[in-house]
Write a protein of this length. Structure first.
Length: 321
């Protein structure tokens, strides 16, 4: 007899199109179009803000918002309980994200900064609206996350992947609040900016191409970005495992997939913590050293060892047809 553990799993099932949260899908499509528009504007208008093309920032946010919107639309579509709550949270999220991107695009068109800008009453008002919208989006994601917790799936690995993705995504989004406080040097010589992405130096110095992350000091955008996109990365990792299970027998064991997702989620959480630590001590992402380097290597080795251990134990326990 063939054990049920040997049955070939289906790939990660997406909800039918009529179950997607439509306003979020529309927003994702709009962000795809905005990405193309800002890419063209980046070529047409070479004006720079803080050392980068003025249109790179709205382009990056359009991409990020589009990915986030389609992911949240999919998550809401998975809900069987609290669907109404999820739909309301999704719609409010659309409003918050639209406010944010409108302010960012408007600032780029005016050749000025959007984030942390309190130089004039208008700038202060726009930054306040954007800050409030970010908080609202975070709270709505919390509500969707709670709803997901009360909607367990048939497959434990899938449940872990979705829940860990939502939880770590919320942590990554919350890290943005570390950027909003005014730095001591800004208070000593106030120039209309209260808050910064970089730690230890002013924003606008040398950075990675397009991303702009500082190569001279710590940058809180790094853990914010990595953590926020756990929402996509962890479920996609499970999808990859399920695809690989078509050829790798040990991955057909749901217990093995569950254990791998737990290990992967813990490693991802450790990575967010290490990147946050690195940013806060003003160490550049391109120059890890000292305790940060040691912790990063330790996490990578521990993750690899745990994965090998799970696969070896799973292979030994694999039943024979």
């Amino acid at each position: 007899m063939t054990s049920t553990l040997q049955r070939q799993p289906s790939t990660l099932a997406l909800p039918r199109p009529d179950h997607w949260h439509r306003p979020l899908v529309v927003l994702a499509v709009a962000m795809a179009a905005l990405t193309l528009v800002t890419a063209a504007l980046a070529v047409i208008d070479p004006h720079q803000i803080l050392g980068q093309n003025a249109w790179f920032k709205p382009m990056k946010f359009a991409i990020s918002i589009g990915i986030y919107a389609i992911t949240l639309a999919w998550l809401i579509g998975q809900l069987r309980r609290f669907r109404r709550l999820g739909n309301i949270a999704g719609t409010v999220t659309v409003i918050g994200l639209v406010i944010e991107i409108v302010v960012i695009v408007g600032a780029a068109a005016a050749h000025t900064t959007s984030h942390f800008n309190v130089a004039t009453p208008l700038n202060t008002t726009l930054w306040s609206f954007m800050a409030i919208s970010i908080v609202v989006v975070w709270l709505m994601t919390v509500l969707v996350g709670i709803a997901v917790l009360f909607n367990p799936g048939a497959d434990a690995a899938r449940a872990v992947a979705i829940r860990a993705g939502v939880l770590l995504g919320l942590v990554g989004m919350a890290l943005a609040f570390l950027m909003t406080g005014p730095r001591p040097e800004q208070l000593q010589d106030f120039q209309g900016i209260a808050g910064a992405h970089a730690v230890g130096i002013p924003d606008g110095g040398p950075g990675l191409p397009f991303l702009g992350w500082s190569t001279d000091a710590g940058d809180l955008r790094v853990p914010h970005f990595v953590g926020m996109h756990a929402l996509q990365a962890i479920p996609l990792a499970l999808l990859l495992l399920e695809i690989l299970s078509r050829r790798i027998a040990v991955l057909r064991n749901p217990r093995v997939r569950l254990q791998l997702m737990v290990v992967g989620s813990l490693a991802f959480a450790a990575m967010i913590g290490i990147l946050t630590w690195q940013a806060l001590i003003s160490q550049s992402i391109v120059a890890p050293a000292g305790g940060v380097l040691f912790a990063g290597i330790g996490t990578a080795v521990g993750f690899a060892g745990a994965v090998v251990g799970v696969l070896m134990i799973g292979r030994r326990r694999q039943p024979v047809a």
